[in-house]
Design a protein around this ligand. Structure first.
Ligand SMILES: [Zn+2]
Length: 549
C-alpha cells in the first residue's frame, strides 16, 4: 500500500492506551494508515514523501467538548459593550454608565457587560439607580458569565415584565423583588432571554466575521472538533451560517450541534425541535446527537442547586425542572437515542442527574443507550464522586477555571459556600482517578477573551491551578492543590475522552490506524517545558484529515 506521506522522527503522544507513544505515522486518504516505528511504516514506504519532524511533539487533534460559538458571535466584539468590564465597584459602574450616555447620547439602548459580578457583591444595584441616569431608553448591564443582568425600568417595560409576572423557575430563574414584591431590575438566569433578543441583534455580516474569527483561532490552536453547547436565541442563525460555511468549504472543524432547553416551557416539544435542527442542518461536518439542558445556575449568584444552603443564607438555588420531569425526560431521550448534556454546577443538581440515570437504569434493567454528560461539576458531594464511573456518566470540566476564575479569590468562595465546599471544588483529578470519562472544554461566551478558547490555556491552568491574570502575573494555587491535573490526563480529556462524549471515538481522538489523521505538531515539548509557558503555545502545524490547515 502506498501512503500519501509519512511523518518520521516525531514524538507522537497518541492518546491510544495500547500504544501511548510512537515515532512515525503514515497518512493515506485523510486517515492514519500506520502508526509506530519507522519499521512499522515499511509496507507504506514505496515512493511517497517522507517528512522529518526533527523530534517534535505531536498530539491528536484537540476536541473542545463544550463551548458557545453562536452565542459569542451574537454578543459581538465591538468595544462598545465593554467599557465597564473592569469596573470594581458599584460606584465605578454608575459613573461609567453616566460617561457612556454622555458620549453616545443618541443610542436606542445601552447594553454593556460587567466583568466581575463581585463588583456588586453584597450591594444591590437597582433599576431606580439606573433610572436616575437613563429614564426613557433601556439600560441592560449583563454580568460577563451571562447568568444575570441588571436593567432599568424602561428595559423591564420593553420586556413586559412587572410585579405580576411569575418567575420562570423559582430558585433558578427569577426576578429579584423588594419586600413588597416590586421588581428591583436584577434578573437571574434565563428570565433574561428577552434581553438577549434586544441586545443580541447582530447583522449577518458581523455573524460571519465573528464566526470566522473564532474558527481561525480554534484551528490555529489545535482544535479540530467542537461541541457547540447552545446558543440561546441564536440557534437557527448559528446553524444556518455554519451550514453555509460547510457547503462553501469554509468550515475547518467538525461541529457537534445541539438544541438547548433553557426555560421550563421549552421542555415539551424539545425533542421535535432537536429533530428539526438535525434534519435541517446536518452536513458532512455538522452533526446533531446531543440535547443540551441548562439544569441549574451558577454559584456566584446562588442559583446553582446545592444540597445545603449557601453560607449564611437559606438559599439552596434551584433547577429548571423538578426531578420527576427530569426522570421522564431521561427515559424519553433514551427511547429516541439522543445523548444528553446538562449544565450542572451544584452538588444538588449533579445528584439529581445521577439519581435520574440510576432510576432509569433500574427501570429499564440495562445501562442507558444514550451518553449523559454533567458539565461544569463545580461542587460535588463526596458521596457522589464514584457515581460517574458507576453510572457511566461523563464529567465535563473547564480547566481554565481551575485557577479560581469562578470567584474573586478563595475567601470570596468561603464566604459564599462555606469552608469545606470552597476548599474542595472542581475535583477533576479525583473524578479522573475513579476511572470515569472526564472531558475538557473552554465553555467560552465571548469574542472578547479569545485566549481563553485555547486548549493550551486550559491545560496550563488545569495543571497548575493558578489563574493567569490580565497583566500576565499568576494567582495563588487554587485549593485543593491535590486536584492539579497531570498533562497526560489533560490531553486525554481534550482528545480520546472528548471523542467518546461526542460518540466519535471510532473516528477521532487518538493517533491510531483507521482514524482520521488529525494532528497537532508543536515546537515545544509540552511535557518538558516551563508549565507557566504552556498557555503561550501556538502549534507549528495543525493537520485535519491529513491536510495541513
Ligand atoms: Zn456552557
Amino acid at each position: 500500500m502506498k501512503a500519501d506521506y509519512i511523518l518520521v522522527n516525531g514524538k507522537f503522544y497518541t492518546s491510544n492506551e495500547a500504544q501511548p507513544w510512537a515515532d512515525a505515522a503514515a497518512v493515506k486518504d485523510g486517515k492514519f494508515a500506520a502508526v509506530g516505528s519507522w519499521e512499522d511504516m515499511s509496507p507504506c514506504t514505496a515512493d511517497c514523501p517522507v517528512y522529518d519532524l526533527g523530534g517534535r511533539l505531536v498530539l491528536p487533534g484537540m476536541i473542545d467538548a463544550h463551548t458557545h460559538m453562536g452565542l459569542s458571535v451574537m454578543l459581538g466584539d465591538d468595544d462598545d459593550g465593554f467599557p465597564m468590564y473592569d469596573c470594581k465597584s458599584k460606584q465605578e459602574i454608575l459613573e461609567t454608565l453616566r460617561r457612556e450616555v454622555k458620549a453616545h447620547p443618541f443610542k436606542l439602548y445601552y447594553a454593556m457587560f460587567i466583568g466581575q459580578a463581585e463588583a456588586l457583591d453584597g450591594e444591590t444595584l437597582t433599576r431606580w439607580e439606573l433610572d436616575k441616569i437613563v429614564k426613557f431608553r433601556p439600560v441592560i448591564l449583563m454580568e460577563s458569565e451571562c447568568h444575570s443582568a441588571w436593567v432599568n425600568s424602561a428595559a423591564l417595560k420593553l420586556m413586559r415584565y412587572n410585579r405580576n409576572t411569575p418567575d420562570p423557575a423559582p430558585g433558578y430563574s427569577y426576578m429579584e423583588r423588594t419586600a413588597d414584591g416590586e421588581l428591583t431590575g436584577c434578573i437571574k438566569e434565563m428570565a433574561m432571554l428577552p434581553l438577549l433578543e434586544i441586545c443580541g441583534n447582530v447583522s449577518d455580516k458581523d455573524m460571519k466575521s465573528g464566526m470566522k474569527k473564532i474558527m481561525d483561532y480554534l484551528v490555529a490552536h489545535g482544535v479540530t472538533t467542537v461541541f457547540d453547547a447552545g446558543n440561546y436565541l441564536n440557534e437557527e442563525n448559528t446553524y444556518k451560517l455554519l451550514k453555509e460555511m460547510d457547503e462553501a468549504g469554509d468550515l475547518p472543524v467538525r461541529v457537534e450541534g445541539t438544541h438547548i432547553i433553557n426555560m421550563p416551557d421549552k421542555l415539551p416539544g424539545a425533542i421535535e425541535k432537536f429533530k428539526y435542527f438535525r434534519d435541517t442542518y446536518t452536513t458532512e461536518n455538522i452533526k446533531f446527537k446531543t440535547m443540551k439542558m441548562m439544569f441549574d445556575g451558577t454559584q456566584r449568584i446562588r442559583t446553582a442547586k446545592m444540597l445545603e444552603p449557601y453560607n449564611g443564607t437559606e438559599i439552596t438555588g434551584g433547577t429548571i425542572i423538578p426531578h420527576e420531569l427530569l426522570n421522564q425526560f431521561v427515559r424519553d431521550l433514551d427511547a429516541e437515542g439522543i445523548d444528553f448534556h446538562l449544565h450542572t454546577v451544584g452538588e444538588g443538581a449533579i445528584r439529581m442527574v445521577m439519581d435520574a440515570v440510576e432510576k432509569a437504569r433500574t427501570e429499564l434493567g440495562r445501562p442507558l443507550n444514550i451518553r449523559v454528560t454533567c458539565a461544569h461539576v463545580e461542587v460535588l458531594h463526596p458521596d457522589d464522586i464514584n457515581r460517574f464511573k458507576e453510572l457511566d456518566i461523563i464529567a465535563n470540566f473547564t480547566p481554565h477555571w481551575h485557577g479560581g476564575a469562578c470567584a474573586a479569590d478563595i475567601h470570596a468562595m468561603e464566604k459564599l459556600l462555606g469552608e469545606y465546599r470552597a476548599n474542595n471544588s472542581l475535583q477533576a483529578k479525583t473524578v479522573f482517578d475513579t476511572g470515569a470519562c472526564v472531558t475538557f472544554s473552554s465553555d467560552e461566551v465571548s469574542l472578547h477573551t479569545l485566549d481563553r478558547w485555547s486548549p493550551f490555556t486550559g491545560m496550563e491552568i488545569g495543571h497548575t491551578r493558578r489563574e493567569i491574570n490580565e497583566d500576565g502575573s499568576l494567582g495563588p494555587v487554587f485549593p485543593p492543590a491535590a486536584e492539579c491535573l497531570e498533562l497526560e490526563d489533560l490531553i486525554k480529556g481534550y482528545t480520546i475522552n472528548a471523542a467518546y462524549q461526542l460518540r466519535l471515538e471510532n473516528q477521532i481522538g487518538s493517533i491510531e490506524p483507521g482514524k482520521d489523521a488529525d494532528m497537532v505538531i508543536l515546537k515545544e515539548n509540552l511535557f518538558e517545558m516551563d508549565p507557566y509557558e504552556i498557555h503561550n503555545i501556538l502549534p507549528e502545524a495543525v493537520i485535519i484529515r491529513g491536510k495541513k490547515r
